[in-house]
Design a protein around this ligand. Structure first.
Ligand SMILES: Nc1ncnc2c1ncn2[C@@H]1O[C@H](COP(=O)(O)OP(=O)(O)OP(=O)(O)O)[C@@H](O)[C@H]1O
Length: 242
């Protein structure tokens, strides 16, 4: 479970208010989609949940653990996929995954099972002995996704995970997301694309200029539509209106 209470974050010595007093709760077993236009505050929020940025005010807890007060314990609960897959280019794929598994103290048998299963699904098993520097953007992304799941995290956070993946890989990732949630874990991901949220999420949150302007199910969002209006249009209206 993720609990965000009255969280704010500014940049540039307070001049840029990226996130403004937001409240959010995401339950166990839930797939939560975080939507908003460019610069709305999605990545900033995600980095605060993942413990990469500290909130200026407010509190974030993952499964009851405060991410600021107890960062290591909190991070053990979390798998995080950043929006930019730039990682250790000098390591081979398998060295990277073993490094991540060591950090999270995952036993050998468990890690190899997970790596085999996921690398097979994403079709990158044969590339794991090559250096990451030789990987394509999509392959790096898949490697990070595998690394983020290696400790079977109760909280899985993904920042724009479908950008840059081909249709087959995007389909596989969506299936993995559904499976992970079904096993009782919390999934929180950001996207620009309403259609993805519509198909995948139990609930969504819409953020605009650092403020949450909607949280609820897709059904609840649908009920706000005008006659014959598409969800995409409603979303655009919500995020564009002043
Ligand atoms: N390191 C930084 N220094 C200064 N301003 C920043 C920094 N990072 C983000 N911002 C600003 O904070 C605001 C929120 O940015 P953020 O990256 O969280 O939005 P986002 O919703 O993830 O956008 P996108 O969809 O483009 O990734 C924007 O105005 C952005 O320009």
């Amino acid at each position: 479970m993720i609990e965000i209470k009255n969280v704010s974050k500014t940049y540039s010595k307070g001049r840029i208010k990226a996130v403004k007093n937001i409240f959010l709760n995401v339950e166990k077993g839930e797939i939560f989609g975080f939507l908003g236009p460019n610069g709305a505050g999605k990545t900033t929020t995600i980095k605060m949940i993942a413990g990469i940025l500290k909130p200026d005010e407010g509190q974030i807890k993952v499964n009851g653990i405060d991410v600021v007060k107890d960062p290591i314990k909190a991070k053990m609960q979390i798998g995080y996929v950043p929006d930019n897959p730039e990682i250790f280019n000098r390591l081979t794929g398998i060295e990277y995954l073993n490094f991540i598994a060591d950090v999270y103290e995952v036993e050998d048998e468990k890690r190899y099972k997970k790596i085999n299963e996921l690398a097979e699904m994403f079709g990158i098993k044969d590339a794991l002995n090559s250096s990451i520097g030789s990987f394509s953007h999509g392959m790096k992304q898949k490697l990070i996704i595998i690394g983020s799941l290696i400790h079977d995290p109760p909280i899985w956070i993904l920042d724009e995970p479908l950008v840059g993946l081909d249709p087959k890989s995007a389909f596989i990732l969506k299936e993995i997301i559904k499976k992970h949630a079904k096993e009782g874990n919390t999934v929180f991901f950001s996207t620009h694309i309403m259609e993805i949220a519509e198909k995948l999420c139990d609930r969504i949150g819409i953020i605009k200029k650092g403020e949450i302007i909607f949280t609820g199910s897709i059904e609840e969002l649908r009920s706000l539509r005008k006659e014959n209006e598409s969800l995409e249009n409603l979303f655009l209206e919500l995020v564009e209106n002043e």
